[in-house]
Ligand binder design. Structure first.
Ligand SMILES: *[C@@H]1O[C@H](CO)[C@@H](O)[C@H](O)[C@H]1NC(C)=O
Ligand SMILES: *[C@@H]1O[C@H](CO)[C@@H](O)[C@H](O)[C@H]1NC(C)=O
Length: 453
């Protein structure tokens, strides 16, 4: 009898573990975002494809070159006609996407040194060109045309071998796919593009490469019903080989951003202003106005390492992840300006990583210092509060209104050691008078408040 009861309990348990998600937003939105994603905080975005050949940005981002050319960007058309001729089609760039210097291990090594914990590569952008041998994109993928390599496969293996999480970006729409244009014209009455191209492709990249992030985009022209988003996500969460680890975003139709899906996406350069209940990620270009590499941009177009480190700190304080974008060249190199920025971020994280990774937003998000008007941001771990200063106070004293010490509290400057402190109405922390050579890092410094509330 007892054995029977336990057996019944066991069966109930198995059924509840296998509780399937149903293809509707209420059920799909109830899936918790796999916990690794909130812990890892910092990823690298890569926009790479045929647009790296013209590699030109005037009034559109470089990866929108074809669109600009076809939809009336004057400066793009002028550049194109002058340098390639008006009969040269975008597709003709394919053979010049050579990637002869592409070394996936070198890329993965750089990403690891940047301190990033995950990588998201464009498997397909809006031009439809695929970085893997997609059957549905015959003669318009990186094995048939250009590099003659499975770029998604090669980079996925190298990134995973470094212990980083690998993810894939995938554009839902394709600007000029005839099936898509016909479906759009019918206002979604036909779904040939979704049935014949998109669904097979999405399942193919998931089954082949087992990514842990699927970063969809290009969803905005049609509703999620057209994209069969709920059916796809139910498959992804119930039956796919990555059902337990895959993280998705909120780009599944004109009706879904900041409403449905996995994490919510923020794009580019605004500061976060408040805490949110849903996990979010900000994707962020290093070259301020383009995701694909633009050969015609100079240094003034790029954020400094200090700006990038400060952005990572702010995002973390408000519970967000940061996905920093690099644009490789058609030869398969990552321009040295991106390498410089990533390595600087890595040096900073080597010292301050514990104040970023696996942290949570604290009760208060920031505090400005009276002297020097420096602002600092809070993050927290169990029992510990981190105050990350984006500037060094002129009088070497930091005054904090909110942290309250326990009886065994102590204070450290991360990368240096214990600090003197006192409670004088507010918490006052005395910083050591360090020379530039003695500072533990550049750009921002963490005061760790141990056993504070
Ligand atoms: C700092 O926090 C205050 C109060 O929540 C907020 O109004 C302000 O926007 C924050 N500043 C920054 C730069 O995050
Ligand atoms: C320090 O104080 C905190 C909070 O009162 C307590 O949880 C912790 O166990 C204490 N640690 C030690 C080493 O006494």
């Amino acid at each position: 009898m007892r054995a029977l009861v336990s057996l019944a309990l066991l069966i109930c348990l198995i059924i509840s573990i296998n509780a399937d998600y149903t293809p509707d937003w209420e059920s799909l939105d109830s899936r918790p975002i796999p916990s690794w994603f909130d812990q890892e905080k910092f990823g690298i975005f890569i926009h790479w494809g045929v647009y790296a050949v013209p590699s030109y940005s005037c009034d559109t981002a470089a990866e929108w070159y074809w669109h600009g050319l076809s939809e009336g960007s004057k400066c793009t058309k002028e550049f194109h006609d002058k340098n390639f001729g008006s009969n040269f089609r975008y597709g003709d760039f394919g053979t010049s996407f050579t990637a002869e210097f592409f070394d996936p291990n070198q890329w993965a090594d750089l990403f690891q040194k940047s301190g990033a914990r995950y990588v998201v590569l464009t498997s397909k952008h809006h031009d439809g060109y695929c970085l893997w041998p997609s059957f549905e994109s015959w003669n318009w993928n990186s094995v048939d045309v250009g590099p003659h390599k499975d770029l998604v496969g090669l980079l996925s293996d190298a990134v995973k071998a470094k212990g980083l999480h690998m993810g894939l970006y995938h554009s839902l729409y394709e600007w000029y796919n005839p099936y898509y244009l016909k479906d759009k014209e019918s206002k979604g009455a036909s779904q040939d593009y979704v049935n014949k191209v998109l669904m097979p492709q999405l399942k193919d990249v998931i089954n082949r490469y087992k990514p842990e992030v699927l970063w969809t985009d290009g969803e905005w022209e049609m509703p999620s019903t057209y994209w069969k988003a709920t059916e796809f996500l139910a498959w992804l969460y119930n039956s796919s080989p990555v059902k337990d680890t895959i993280v998705v975003n909120d780009r599944y139709g004109s009706d879904t951003r900041s409403k449905h899906g996995g994490f919510y996406t923020e794009e580019n350069h605004d500061d976060p202003k408040q805490l949110t209940t849903r996990k979010w990620e900000r994707c962020y270009t290093i070259d301020k106005s383009t995701w694909g590499y633009a050969r015609n941009h100079d240094i003034s177009s790029y954020f400094s390492s200090e700006e990038l480190v400060h952005t990572l700190i702010k995002n973390t304080a408000y519970g967000g992840n940061l996905l920093i974008n690099v644009g490789p060249t058609k030869e398969g190199t990552i321009p040295t300006v991106f390498q410089d920025r990533l390595l600087d971020m890595g040096d900073w994280l080597k010292v301050n990583g514990d104040a970023i990774f696996k942290t949570h937003p604290w009760r208060v998000q920031n505090q400005t210092q009276a002297t020097g008007k420096n602002i600092g941001f809070y993050t927290s771990n169990t029992g510990t509060v981190n105050y990350i200063m984006t500037g060094w106070p002129v009088d070497n004293v930091v005054a904090l209104n909110d942290p309250k010490p326990s009886s065994n509290a102590s204070v450290e400057l991360v990368g240096f050691g214990k600090l003197k402190w006192s409670i004088d109405g507010v918490l006052k922390v005395m910083l050591p008078p360090l020379t530039i050579g003695q500072l533990p890092c550049k750009y921002a410094w963490t005061i760790r408040l141990i056993n504070f509330k």
